[in-house]
Design a protein around this ligand. Sequence first.
Ligand SMILES: *Cc1c(COP(=O)(O)O)cnc(C)c1O
Length: 369
Amino acid sequence: MAKVPFLNLYDINEKVKDEILASISNVIESGWYILGEQVELFEKEFAKYCEAEHCIAVGNGLEALKLLLLAYDIGPGDEVIVPSNTFIATWIAVTHCGATPVPVEPDEKSYNLDTNKVRSSITSRTKAIIPVHLYGQPVDMEPLIELARENNLLVLEDAAQSQGAKYNGRRVGSLAHGGATSFYPGKNLGALGDGGAVITNDQAVANKVRNLRNYGSDEKYVHSEIGYNSRLDEIQAAILRVKLREIELWNERRRNIAKMYTVGLEELDIITPYVPHFATPVWHLYVVSTKHRDALQEFLLEKGISTSIHYPIPPHQQSCYKKDYAEIKLPLAERMSKAILSLPMSPTLSDEDVEYVIMSIKEFFHKLT
Ligand SMILES: *Cc1c(COP(=O)(O)O)cnc(C)c1O
């Protein structure tokens, strides 16, 4: 194994292993495994954590996005504005609803949605905007929400990478009409399997998502919609309840690591993440940018340091979307994908690990000159 892994999930889960085992044992003994007490309690606790009125736990992050869009009646003929530089799930959720993802290039400093660029992409078919709090960095939501209000659009947050992040002191995900998140094992709040959730302050939307996730049913064997099967398991909910108690501590550790990186890499020919005044990020990823990206990644690998790229191919260049987006130019997303590098980031990294990464990057740049 690498000296410094990119992310070691074992180390994270090992810290709470005894509590997790006890919680799984309780679920086994309860004799109830789908939509029971654990999911209900987790939904209450996660809603409170997100400062949202409602949380509906579902099968994964993609389904959370999709059910949220469907609950707002987004479908064929509708356009939904998405970032050009996101994980492909944001786009796929829109496509699954029959609507069209309309990509907008990011702000060059923050890598997040830029309200001015969103403005010029609005058409008479636009129904919603999906800001993604990419890498755990909050999007500048106020101007975006204002723009949406002027144009009668929905703002649906993709908060899969940003559990716990704050925008002007308020948790992301519950800042607008609704949010979706993912509990994929590698997220800041990760299950030991798949999971996701919708959060919203709108009671009717919450009811609709609750109905859709369970075969379009509010009452056993009575079906008002042709719904889906997308439910969080009791066992995963029980595990997430244990890990939710740790997330603030873990996010704080991520912030300390990020600070070490930012200070340590200051004088090098490398662009470190920009943190706007409104942001309390949670550093799902620590992404630097350099024109020597590939050489740096290889050099670090030789030093026993694993890094990653989020993401090497933007959605519009993936073969599943390439044909439909052949006419569309997104040079920024393309340029970014060739220059970005995600450094090791995990709450279990030691100061020595982080210092070793910084030292190795310095060594790489000194050799260059
Ligand atoms: C992980 C992720 C998702 C999807 O989550 P899954 O649980 O893997 O389906 C959606 N959007 C973004 C930005 C993500 O990072």
